[in-house]
Write a protein that binds this ligand. Sequence first.
Ligand SMILES: [Zn+2]
Length: 76
Amino acid sequence: MDEADLANEKAEQFAADALRQIRQRAEQPPSTGICRSCGETIEPERLAVNPTAHLCRDCAIEEEEARKKAHRLGAG
Ligand SMILES: [Zn+2]
């Protein structure tokens, strides 16, 4: 295998990854802009980064912490 083949393979892998990410994103409904947890408006800059965000920043942090804790306890 020469270097051109290797580069080509990497490019293909990259394209496949990008495509998969786009598809995964498309499967998620876009955010309503309202936090599902506390009902507050989700920060516009947060939605700009993650259009499918369903929690405001504070609740997302809380959820992440809860998930970490649950993981540590082995509850999933
Ligand atoms: Zn919230």
